[in-house]
Design a protein around this ligand. Structure first.
Ligand code: FES
Ligand code: FES
Length: 156
């Protein structure tokens, strides 16, 4: 089947999509957007998180056909000419090791900061609870989100 979806503001088409194919597979393998990562493919790790109509979802659990006519925003779509402040904060704070979890964490952190201007540590932890990282021990990720929040609030 053909799937029509707006991805990062651009109308895209994917052909020959199998009905059971995930949105994650279509993004990575058919539309050339490898930013969203395939780690568990079971909705457990959050590495594949994208916005679907402005709501963060695990794209490995969304059938591609469910995205028909809808808007998807991936980690690639958060950047403009330069990295989004959340992306830059992950770089600046050294919150990336293998990087597999990073795209999902950035989308989750971006969503948090859209909803909560100055989140507490507890709010950050809750917002990122669905995103697993096997490398960093999370402290540098916390530092990155705090830094992005401070920048957004104009504190730094
Ligand atoms: S790859 Fe989708 S939640 Fe892990
Ligand atoms: S940096 Fe490796 S899983 Fe998070």
């Amino acid at each position: 089947m053909r799937v029509n979806v707006t991805v990062n503001g651009v109308q895209r088409e994917a052909d020959d999509v199998w009905p059971g194919e995930s949105l994650l597979y279509v993004l990575r393998e058919r539309l050339g957007l490898p930013g969203s990562k395939n780690a568990c493919e079971q909705g457990e790790c959050g590495s594949c998180t994208v916005y679907l109509d402005d709501v963060p979802v695990c794209s490995c659990l969304v059938a591609a056909g469910q995205a028909e006519g809808r808007e998807v925003r991936t980690v690639e779509g958060l950047a403009s000419d330069e990295l989004h402040p959340v992306q830059q904060a992950f770089v600046d704070k050294g919150a990336v090791q293998c990087g597999f979890c990073t795209p999902g964490l950035i989308v989750a952190a971006h969503d948090l900061l859209e909803r909560t201007a100055e989140p507490t540590d507890a709010e950050i932890r809750e917002a990122l609870a669905g995103n697993l990282c096997r490398c960093t021990g999370y402290e540098k990720i916390m530092d990155a989100v705090r830094a992005a929040a401070a920048k957004k609030a104009g504190v730094v």
